[in-house]
Design a protein around this ligand. Structure first.
Ligand code: ASP
Length: 351
C-alpha cells in the first residue's frame, strides 16, 4: 500500500476507534476532536531516527547521531546525547544546573534502556554527580539490579569514579532562597508546595541496525520534597523500550505519569497497531478519563516505532519536541489535548 493511503487508512482506523471510545464514555467529557488531535502522522524514516523531549533535546539528538557516525553503539549514542544536556549548567531541568529540592539540593533521576536483551538501569535521588545517565548505564551493565537510589546509588557512583559537581549552582541557590522566603512555614515533614517548574530530557533512538534504545534524565519537580522520585527513572513510566515494537518517553508531572505506567501503555498500544502519535493521544485520553483532574495534568509523551514513525502529544497546548535523522534535525510542536471533565468520574452503579 502506498505511504499516503496507508496513512489515510491508519487515520480512518484511528477516527473509528476514537468514535467508538466516545460512544463508550458519553457525558463525561467534552468531545476531543480527533480531527484536530491527530495532526499529520509521520511516515517511516530511513536510517537512524532520534526523538527527544523539548527544544533542548535538539543538540542532544545531534550528539546522538554524531556518536553513531563516529562508530559508537546505540547505547553509547543515547548516553552521549543525554550527557551533553546534563553538562549544560544553564539547563534548569536536567543535570546539576537543575532546580533543587525544597532543601536547596539538586536531586537527580535517570534511566537507560536497551531494546536488545531488554535491559535497563536506573538511579534516583542522586546528589552531586554530573551524569546520572552514565551511572544508570553502569548499574545496568555491572550489577544484577535495575535501580539504585539515594545513598546506595551515590556510593556506587563514587566507587566507579563518576564525576562530581556542585550540589546546586549559584543561580539556582539564589532562586531557591527567594522561593523559600516567600513560602509559608513548612508543615510537619518540611512540606512546602513544590514550584511548577520541571522538565525532563527523554530521548529515544532507532539505530541504523533496527534496534531501539532510550534514556531519561531530570532534576525532577522543582522544590520537591527531599527523597521524592518522579516517573523519569521508573521503567515503564518515564521510559519504556521494547525492541519488538517501539519506545516511548514522558515529561511533565511525574505523579500523573507513574500512576498509569504511561510509557509502557503507549508501547503496548503501538503493539496493537497504533501509530506512535495515536498511541500518545490515546494514553492521554485514557488517563484524563480516569483522573479527577481530567486533562489538567501537565503530561507529555513522545514515541517511535520500529518503522521509524514517530509522534508526540501533550495536555493543554502540547509541547515542543526535537527529531533528527540522517538528513534533518528540527523542533516540532506536538498535538495538544484540552477538554474539561463535565461530570464526576466514577460514583455509584445506577440502580
Ligand atoms: N517528569 C519529571 C518529574 O516528575 C519532570 C518533568 O518532566 O517535567 O520528575
Amino acid at each position: 500500500m502506498p505511504t499516503t493511503s496507508r496513512l489515510a487508512s491508519s487515520r480512518r482506523e484511528f477516527l473509528r476507534q476514537t468514535a467508538t471510545a466516545a460512544v463508550a464514555a458519553p457525558a463525561l467529557f467534552h468531545a476531543v476532536s480527533a480531527e484536530t488531535a491527530t495532526g499529520i502522522l509521520s511516515g517511516p524514516q530511513k536510517g537512524p531516527v532520534v526523538i527527544s523531549t523539548w527544544p533542548f533535546g535538539k543538540p542532544s539528538n545531534e550528539q546522538t547521531l554524531k556518536t553513531l557516525r563516529e562508530g559508537g553503539s546505540g547505547l553509547d549514542a543515547v548516553e552521549q546525547g543525554i550527557r551533553l544536556t546534563e553538562s549544560d549548567l544553564s539547563n534548569p531541568s536536567v543535570g546539576l544546573g537543575g532546580i533543587p529540592n525544597s532543601e536547596g539540593i539538586v536531586q537527580l533521576d535517570a534511566c537507560i534502556m536497551t531494546g536488545p536483551g531488554h535491559r535497563a538501569g536506573s538511579v534516583a535521588a542522586v546528589i552531586g554527580y554530573q551524569h546520572p545517565i552514565s551511572i544508570a548505564r553502569k548499574v545496568m551493565e555491572t550489577t544484577k539490579h535495575v535501580m539504585l537510589v539515594g545513598e546506595g546509588a551515590m556510593r556506587f557512583a563514587q566507587e566507579h569514579g563518576f564525576e562530581k559537581g556542585p550540589e546546586v549552582t549559584d543561580g539556582q541557590r539564589e532562586a531557591w532562597k527567594k522561593w523559600r522566603s516567600e513560602q509559608p512555614k513548612p508543615t510537619v515533614g518540611g512540606a512546602r508546595p513544590p514550584a511548577p517548574n520541571h522538565d525532563t530530557l527523554a530521548l529515544l533512538l532507532l539505530a541504523p541496525d533496527g534496534n531501539l534504545y532510550g534514556g531519561c534524565s531530570t532534576s525532577g519537580w522543582g522544590y520537591k520534597l527531599p527523597g521524592r522520585v518522579g516517573d523519569s527513572p521508573i521503567i515503564g513510566s518515564g521510559l519504556y523500550v521494547d525492541n519488538e515494537v517501539g519506545a516511548a518517553g514522558a515529561t511533565g508531572i511525574g505523579e500523573n505519569v507513574m500512576r498509569y505506567c504511561a510509557s509502557f501503555l503507549i508501547v503496548e498500544l503501538m503493539r496493537q497497531g497504533r501509530h506512535p502519535q495515536e498511541a500518545c493521544i490515546e494514553v492521554i485520553q485514557r488517563i484524563a478519563r480516569q483522573d479527577p483532574k481530567g486533562f489538567d495534568l501537565s503530561i507529555n509523551f513522545i514515541a517511535i516505532d520500529r518503522q521509524g514513525r514517530y509522534g508526540a502529544a501533550g495536555t493543554g497546548t502540547g509541547f515542543q519536541y526535537a527529531v533528527a535523522a540522517s538528513d534533518f534535525s528540527r523542533v516540532e510542536q506536538s498535538v495538544g489535548l484540552t477538554s474539561a471533565p463535565i461530570g464526576p468520574v466514577g460514583g455509584n452503579r445506577p440502580k
